[in-house]
Write a protein that binds this ligand. Structure first.
Ligand code: NAD
Length: 335
């Protein structure tokens, strides 16, 4: 039976990279019926609402969505729709693998790690306000709960166990943020005891950044709070060739999954035809794995690996000159 999947093309480079990924998915022969819905700038233009009910209902019903990036206005304007979607569906896991492909230039080889980022709490709780009539100060509230830390920690260790990974590194700042980061660290260490077969260590975030750029091959699964995970996943993307090859998945407790690239709407390259579609395609592989279409996922992975071996297929961000269409066509012909 065909899978019904909600499709949000996003804005900026979103439509360019999302429709390229859809072509590649369809070429595998997997049976998918796409239900296209809108969010962000796109939805404002069409419905004067950045997150229409129709979009929420579609994801609720289909449980799976492939999503393009959504621009968030800086400072004023509407709050992040990405964060709103994570909250709406309690998408507490943000899974961000960083895998170095042959053919992509980078100072690092053999990088193969996965960041498991807590996606609903921490500094992104959205609870913040100004103090004083003239904005003399501002306060943002960090929320860390024991139950929130337990479920993300359990996901990280289960993921390690089910995917043959050997080690989980807990990343925190419990030396300074003794309560919030401290609770996350203590709770995650407690869950680690249930998985004696998986090695567990912890690192303070600043040291972790230094260790990652010194030797990323030392790391396997990394579990951390919302903002640290957001920042170090861009760092790890930098280790493997950039945001153009960094996929992501947001997974919630009712089996709902929203799959999207780590990158944003890339306003500096909109409409130039040079956006790298690989991170949405790799996110599609995570989605296909998640819905049990492992053969289709493997076919896309193999076609991407093959395509990247030829430098003529590399997009500008990877040091080449291929357009979005050219790399997509190369992947289609390697499928
Ligand atoms: P960005 O990820 O959009 O871009 C950062 C840099 O990487 C830019 O130079 C861009 O050209 C390049 N880049 C990103 N994706 C690329 C691709 N596929 N191919 C080639 N180059 C690529 O980050 P930003 O500029 O900080 O954010 C722009 C907007 O996107 C902001 O409004 C931000 O809030 C939003 N954003 C959305 C998401 C999401 O929807 N999940 C994630 C991050 C940022």
């Amino acid at each position: 039976m065909a899978h019904k999947i909600s499709l949000i093309r996003g804005d900026g480079i979103g439509p360019e990279v999302v429709y390229a990924a859809v072509k590649v998915i369809e070429k595998t022969g997997v049976q998918i019926v796409w239900e296209e819905v809108h969010a962000g700038m796109d939805a404002i233009a069409m419905f004067s609402n950045p997150l229409p009910n129709e979009t929420i209902h579609s994801i609720q019903k289909n449980k799976i969505a492939l999503k393009g990036p959504l621009t968030t206005p800086v400072g004023s304007g509407f709050r992040s729709i990405n964060v709103a979607l994570r909250k709406e569906f309690d998408l507490y896991v943000n899974l961000r693998p960083a895998i170095k492909f042959q053919g992509i230039k980078s100072n690092y080889n053999n990088v193969d790690l996965v960041i498991v980022r807590e996606n609903t709490e921490g500094l992104y709780s959205g609870i913040e306000h100004y103090i004083g009539q003239n904005r003399e100060a501002a306060e943002s509230v960090v929320i860390v709960t024991k139950s929130g830390s337990e479920r993300i920690a359990r996901f990280a260790f289960e993921y390690a166990k089910q995917n043959g990974r050997k080690k989980v590194t807990i990343v925190h700042k419990a030396n300074i943020l003794k309560f919030s980061s401290g609770l996350f660290l203590d709770t995650t260490r407690q869950i680690a005891l249930e998985y004696p077969e998986i090695q567990c260590e912890d690192k303070i975030i600043d040291n972790m950044c230094m260790q990652l750029v010194t030797d990323p091959t030392k790391f396997d699964v990394i579990v951390t709070t919302n903002m640290f995970g957001d920042i170090i996943s861009d760092l790890t993307a930098g280790l493997i060739g950039g945001l153009g090859v960094a996929p992501g998945a947001n997974i919630g407790k009712d089996g709902i999954g929203i799959f999207e690239a780590v990158h944003g709407s890339a306003p500096d390259i909109i409409g130039m035809g040079i956006a790298n579609p690989l991170s949405v395609m790799l996110s599609s592989c995570l989605m296909l794995d998640y819905i049990g279409e492992k053969d289709a996922s493997l076919k896309i992975m193999n076609a991407i690996r093959e395509t990247l071996k030829n430098p003529v297929n590399l997009t500008k961000d990877l040091g080449g000159s291929a357009s979005t269409n050219e790399i997509t066509n190369a992947i289609l012909s390697n499928l």
